[in-house]
Design a binder for this molecule. Structure first.
Ligand SMILES: *Cc1c(COP(=O)(O)O)cnc(C)c1O
Length: 401
């Protein structure tokens, strides 16, 4: 009997009851705008910022409308101007180069290694081309953050971390987002907390924080923030920082606060699932599991494997066969952008040089979401299906040779 999987790869868990209650209470009082507070009331958005800053050990936090907005705001707040070059990963998601383009800056792509992290040797040769690195921890893989920061500090390059897939992760005990000058998170449905859309930005730098608050559209109401610098810092920047509205509202903030309180438990649940799939795939001929470094605490909300040096049509066949058995895989090697998946050479607004080593890796990356609605049995079944289908296509190819 051929097993098939019938679960849904895009179905997340329901919003926790406590968060639903909090949302209803905001709806009932009607003060959804973050600066619309009753006398003495602390709004949900301000409380969310205060709590997330404390959770991450950051001095300042700002809640905004999306992860991509947080990235663009960070770029503006650190002083990136139109025409500037900004280093970033060749392997990332479209909102990352998009945020660079949105401020009129020009992405300079850095290659990806077989561990699926930024190629630090390639970065070293490009550090003199820009003053800012937007480092995307794509699919939750953390590079050697110690070496990266030593290189960037020596070169005077400011690091902005894109932590869309690393909320809850850490490197050598330091939370992801706390290593660079700014950490940016997404609260979009497919990330680690879910308010539909939303973003968070953290920093220890008072001027970056004040600029970010002004940029997000605080008018002159910045004193209602609970995780922002003092009024004297705003005095220095308030006349020269434009308002580019992208605030978070109290409804989303209310939904997020209870979710952040259970983040550690959710991370543990993701990783249980990840480890079951990883164990089920390990040793499959032709398939490479990504070994995770000891210094890394990751969040297994998705899993990647490499079908390195496979012909494109054979990878296509694996995807098709898995799909026929209910397992939805994504592939970064396709020539045309598809769904959420695209490659650096598809972002034609930001021209790139060909990167053969990275192309080889990208051509082999197969990616799968791991929603928490999957049971451990589901995960074991999914691994069995992938293993069988990769094995079948691999064997045919071997016979053909
Ligand atoms: C989701 C995501 C973002 C931000 O996305 P938004 O949809 O704007 O919240 C940034 N980087 C990566 C790698 C992402 O996956």
């Amino acid at each position: 009997m051929t097993e098939t999987f019938t679960g849904n790869f895009t179905q997340q868990e329901p919003i926790p009851e406590e968060a639903i209650e909090a949302a209803l209470s905001v709806l009932r009082h009607g003060r959804l705008h973050r600066y619309n507070t009753a006398p003495g009331e602390l709004g949900e958005a301000a409380l969310l910022e205060q709590e997330f800053a404390a959770q991450m050990g950051a001095k300042y936090c700002l809640a905004v409308a999306s992860g991509g907005y947080a990235l663009a705001t960070a770029l503006r707040a650190v002083g990136v101007k139109p025409g500037d070059r900004v280093l970033t990963n060749a392997f990332t998601l479209a909102p990352v180069p998009g945020s660079i383009a949105s401020v009129g800056a020009v992405p300079v792509y850095v290659g990806v290694t077989e561990q699926l992290v930024i190629d630090l040797d390639d970065l070293e040769t490009k550090l003199d081309q820009a003053k800012v690195l937007m480092l995307s921890h794509m699919r939750g893989h953390l590079c050697d953050m110690d070496r990266l920061m030593a290189m960037c500090d020596a070169a005077g390059v400011t690091v902005i971390e894109d932590c869309a897939h690393t909320m809850g992760a850490s490197w050598n005990g330091v939370p992801s987002g706390r290593v660079g000058a700014v950490g940016c998170y997404s609260c979009q449905t497919y990330k680690h907390v879910n308010s539909g859309e939303g973003g968070l930005l953290i920093t220890d730098d008072e001027e970056i924080a004040a600029r970010a608050v002004m940029l997000s559209g605080s008018y002159m109401l910045f004193e209602r923030h609970l995780a922002a610098p003092g009024a004297e810092v705003f005095e220095r920047i308030k006349y020269e920082t434009p308002n580019i509205s992208g605030r978070m509202d109290n409804l989303r903030a209310a939904i997020l606060r209870p979710q952040l309180r259970i983040l550690d438990q959710q991370v543990a649940r993701w990783n249980e699932r990840y480890r079951v799939i990883e164990a089920g795939l390990r040793g499959t001929p032709g398939l490479t599991v990504i070994e995770r470094p000891e210094q890394e605490v990751y969040v297994g909300s998705s899993i990647q494997v490499l079908l390195l040096d496979w012909p494109a049509e054979k990878i296509g066949e694996v995807l098709k066969r898995c799909a026929a058995r209910g397992v939805e895989l994504k592939w970064f090697g396709a020539a045309e952008p598809h769904g959420f998946t695209s490659r650096y050479d598809s972002w034609r607004y930001a021209p790139s040089e060909p990167m053969p080593q990275s192309d080889r890796v990208l051509a082999g990356i197969v990616d799968m979401r791991v929603p928490l609605t999957f049971s451990l049995e589901d995960c074991a079944l999914i691994a069995r299906i992938i293993r069988a289908e990769v094995g079948a296509v691999w064997q045919q190819a071997a016979i053909a040779v």
